[in-house]
Design a protein around this ligand. Structure first.
Ligand SMILES: Nc1ncnc2c1ncn2[C@@H]1O[C@H](COP(=O)(O)OP(=O)(O)OP(=O)(O)O)[C@@H](O)[C@H]1O
Length: 281
């Protein structure tokens, strides 16, 4: 089925139970960003961003198009290394490890910090292979171990009941919402600590979007989640913290960061107030 015509079941009870994670009321930084600047071909896209992302919490990155949200996300797991002409300065610590230190390997980092993209991006392979391939690439080859991980992550994203008896069909035959949950399962298979999500619901119809949003909430506590969203109502519903970015000239800047309730109900900066009230952006 075409991804934009998803008829993903709205039944949230298909999502398997997750172990409760730690509450996020005692914020410990999982990611520490200091003076992060990012340039594409010498043109500044992010200007000196300093921010802590708290462990086990959901942090929403909000702001108008072009303010650098995706660039910020991509810097955290060094996907920016793969963009020709992209230059990153400043410091990012992930669980106290400097991601730019020569001893930090990008592949190891990306195992710790998974990424889910806007459009579901399953490989044009079977459901099973979509999940086993990254495991093989990270040296996991035991069939029994792979089968156990596949079952666990499919249960975690609520897909097990829907696909366990047809794991060898093409992942492209799934609905858009199912494909996105498969992509989340693929990220979870490598047991990351952090999940970066770039507008994970925006390519889905409202029902599938609701299922994925519910899933993201269920992952809270077990994972540190950073989500880019243009959907302010969604940010408000699911996030514990929000970071508001703005673009001045071409440079994206972090204007304000704080508890979601503060950002949406009593922001400190007038630009934030204008944006969340729909007057700007
Ligand atoms: N690969 C790239 N090469 C050159 N410029 C880029 C590249 N990716 C992004 N940019 C530029 O960097 C700036 C920030 O882009 P980015 O995609 O990070 O913003 P965003 O806030 O995520 O936008 P949107 O909400 O529209 O996705 C924009 O001016 C964009 O044109």
């Amino acid at each position: 089925m075409n991804s934009n015509q998803s008829t993903d079941k709205p039944n949230i009870f298909t999502l398997g139970p997750l172990e409760a994670g730690p509450a996020c009321c005692d914020p410990q930084p999982a990611i520490q960003v200091r003076d992060l600047s990012l340039l594409y071909d010498g043109m500044i896209a992010l200007d000196k961003v300093t921010l802590d992302i708290y462990q086990g919490c959901i942090t929403a990155l909000i702001g108008p198009s072009g303010c650098g949200k995706t660039s910020f996300l991509s810097a955290i797991n060094r996907l920016t290394d793969l963009i020709p002409g992209c230059n990153v300065t400043g410091k990012i610590l992930v669980h106290n490890q400097d991601i730019h230190h020569p001893d930090t390997h990008a592949q190891t980092l990306r195992r710790q910090v998974g990424m889910v993209f806007q459009k579901p991006t399953p490989f044009p392979l079977s459901i099973r292979r979509n999940l086993s391939l990254p495991l093989n690439e990270h040296g996991i080859t035991q069939k029994a171990e792979i089968a156990a991980i596949i079952e666990q992550v499919l249960r975690d994203v609520g897909l097990w009941d829907e696909v366990h008896d047809r794991q060898d069909v093409s992942a492209l035959s799934l609905s858009g919402g199912q494909q996105q949950r498969l992509c989340i399962a693929r990220a979870l298979a490598l047991q990351p600590k952090i999940l970066l999500m770039d507008e994970p619901c925006s390519a889905l119809d409202p029902l599938a979007s609701g299922v994925v949003e519910d899933l993201i909430c269920r992952l809270r506590g077990r994972y540190t989640i950073v989500i880019v969203t243009h959907n302010l109502a969604q940010a408000r519903r699911i996030a514990n913290y929000a970071a508001f970015f703005w673009v001045s000239g071409r440079a994206g800047q972090l204007i304000e960061f704080g508890r979601c309730q503060h950002i949406f109900e009593s922001p400190s900066h007038e630009l934030t107030a204008a944006y969340v009230n729909g007057a700007r952006g």
